[in-house]
Design a protein around this ligand. Structure first.
Ligand code: URA
Length: 214
């Protein structure tokens, strides 16, 4: 859970129905950057020494894994979140997955959907990579588990991180059941999923709100 007050304040703006498209999209970008900082906190650091222009040694650190990151954006709601993440992981290799919930596949009493994956372009994933899969809304876990199934065909990373903004207990449990080694970063865990698969109270349709579509 990213409980930084700034992240919580941005999320509050995103939840507000009166927040307009540009402010919404910018909020997701800012959250992506903050999430990047949080992820870096969990990376191994090594102590190094440099010489300053004064000819004096100074102790510092190097983050070994910073340049071994693969970021996957799940189209399209993840695009602004990834724009923020790459501010921190500037040398990340990037992949794209287009995933669509098949609304008709939702049966009463079940929370799960079939997911249609229509496009996958992912770089080779190496053993020392941290894989970050960005998808702002982790509702039922149907999308993210379908995406991971495809993405992990490209290699076995050192770590698998899901970068979400709002998750549910149901979605988190599902992802951890199918991918127990994954780590989920989120700004909030909301209590419910409605019959249309939306997180409640949530923030509505993240893609529509970020891109001004309906
Ligand atoms: N996707 C969204 O954009 N919003 C939700 O509440 C759930 C999935």
């Amino acid at each position: 859970m990213i409980d930084h007050p700034l992240a919580q304040a941005i999320l509050t703006t995103l939840r507000n129905r009166d927040t307009k498209q540009i402010e919404f999209r910018k909020g997701l970008v800012r959250l992506g950057r903050l999430m990047g900082y949080e992820i870096v906190k969990s990376m191994d650091i090594e102590n190094v020494e440099v010489e300053t222009p004064l000819g004096v040694k100074a102790r510092g650190v190097r983050i070994r894994d910073l340049d071994h990151v693969v970021i996957i954006q799940v189209l399209r709601a993840a695009m602004p979140l990834v724009e923020g993440l790459v501010k921190i992981f500037a040398n990340a290799r990037m992949g794209v997955v287009s995933a669509r919930r098949v609304e008709e596949s939702h049966s009463p009493g079940s929370l799960d959907f079939d997911i249609e994956i229509t496009y996958v372009k992912v770089p080779r994933i190496l053993g020392d990579d941290t894989l970050i899969v960005a998808d702002p809304m982790l509702a039922t876990g149907s999308t993210i588990t379908a995406v991971l199934k495809h993405v992990l065909k490209y290699g076995s990373p050192k770590r698998v991180i899901i970068a979400s903004v709002i998750a549910t207990k149901y979605g988190i449990e599902r992802v951890l059941r199918e991918y127990p080694f994954s780590e989920i970063y989120t700004v909030a865990i909301d209590p419910e999923i409605n019959e249309r698969g939306y997180i409640v109270p949530g923030l509505g349709d993240a893609g529509d709100r970020a891109f001004g579509s309906q």
